[in-house]
Design a protein around this ligand. Structure first.
Ligand code: NAD
Length: 340
């Protein structure tokens, strides 16, 4: 099939070309993100392939349908950037990759904890400048610390396993009871208890109306003074202005975030030659106890390979007219989620 790839990066090309070596689809890689301004680039293609920050609103869907596009193949788990009702109205099929590597994200979350705590990034820069002094680099043992994991799905459970290996006391909270976490030795407690007791809190639940601003002024006030907060899930879980206030007061000790509520148009782009227009993000970048990465927790070879293989398998199922288990359907009343 002829597929137009929007927002294609070098790592997309490498992994999709490898996955396509047997399938022989015609993959056309385009740099721009899919939006009302770029939709015309899909002319002549039966499918488009899009990512988390492509804007596939009703106007774009109508534009795609008008050009004869039949399939929107998302190379990500989340689909709230797609107007599914409009896609259904125009007869477009939407497919996605629901899971690709929970290990990638769980391991990255641990990396953020260690980097903030043991200051690898500062040590790296110091040593490269010939400064071998270690004052100011003291951290704490993870062994014996209490870590709270909110959301014990695919990623959360793996994080629990890793943290137990460090000798941490692990508290978990999820709206659904998790038998595996209990068997592993994690303690299932109420959300407020996780906040009160955790030295480190890591978020792994999806963004829904219930979890939007889960971390806000009120919940930050319940956290242990000086605690560390890690968010590799979705930016909207955290009220950014509230965490900035808590960091300034010193009540929040550390913040690691791979996702940001206003990341669209900033993350995944090289803006190094421009002035950063987002004042909250700019303020966060000034704190010595804040680590920000640009939505890269998923970025491992294994995850990229799985994304490419599943996306092309979805395309092939569509081509053969077979039912695709990874098809996204609009579900009235249930909110669409944006995931990594
Ligand atoms: P999952 O669906 O397997 O697990 C999510 C868990 O959250 C479920 O157990 C669910 O019951 C729980 N949950 C739902 N609402 C909750 C609430 N109000 N409070 C507590 N728990 C709640 O998802 P996953 O594969 O583990 O992924 C978790 C999140 O990680 C995704 O939603 C996505 O946003 C994010 N993610 C980020 C990246 C990245 O690169 N940074 C990559 C992949 C996924």
């Amino acid at each position: 099939m002829k597929i137009a790839f929007f927002g294609a990066k070098a790592y997309d090309r490498a992994h999709f070309n490898a996955a396509n070596s047997a399938a022989h689809h015609q993959l056309h890689y385009l740099e721009p993100r899919l939006s009302p301004q770029t939709v015309k680039l899909a002319e002549g293609f039966r499918a488009v392939c899009a990512f988390v920050n492509d804007d596939i609103n009703a106007e774009v869907v109508a534009g795609l349908a008008g050009l004869g596009v039949q399939l929107i193949a998302l190379r990500c788990a989340g689909f709230n950037n797609v107007d599914l009702a409009a896609a259904q109205k125009h007869g477009l099929t939407v497919v996605r990759v629901p899971a690709y590597s929970p290990y990638a994200v769980a391991e990255f979350a641990v990396g953020m904890m260690l980097t903030l705590n043991r200051k690898y990034h500062k040590a790296f820069n110091r040593v490269r400048e010939g400064n071998f002094a270690i004052d100011g680099l003291a951290g704490f043992d993870l062994f014996g610390k209490t870590v709270g994991v909110v959301g014990t799905g695919r990623i959360g459970v793996i994080l629990v396993r890793i943290l137990l290996g460090f000798g941490c006391k692990v508290l978990v909270f999820d709206v659904a009871h998790n038998v595996e976490c209990q068997a592993l030795g994690a303690e299932q407690v109420a959300f407020e208890e996780v906040l009160r007791r955790s030295d480190i809190l890591s978020l792994h639940c999806p963004l829904t109306p219930q979890t939007h601003y889960l971390i806000n002024e009120r919940t930050l006030a319940l956290m242990k003074p000086g605690a560390m907060l890690i968010n590799t899930s979705r930016g909207g879980l955290i009220d950014t202005a509230a965490v900035i206030a808590a960091l300034k007061e010193g009540t929040l000790g550390w913040l690691g975030m791979d996702v940001y509520e206003e990341e669209e148009g900033v993350f995944f782009e090289d803006l190094s030659g421009r002035v950063l227009g987002d004042d909250l993000l700019a303020r966060l970048l000034t704190f010595p106890n804040v680590l920000i990465t640009g939505h890269q927790a998923f970025l491992t070879d294994e995850a990229l390979t799985n994304i490419a293989q599943t996306t092309l398998a979805n395309v092939e199922q569509f081509e053969r007219g077979e039912p695709c288990p990874n098809r996204c359907e609009p579900s009235p009343g249930s909110p669409q989620r944006k995931q990594g």
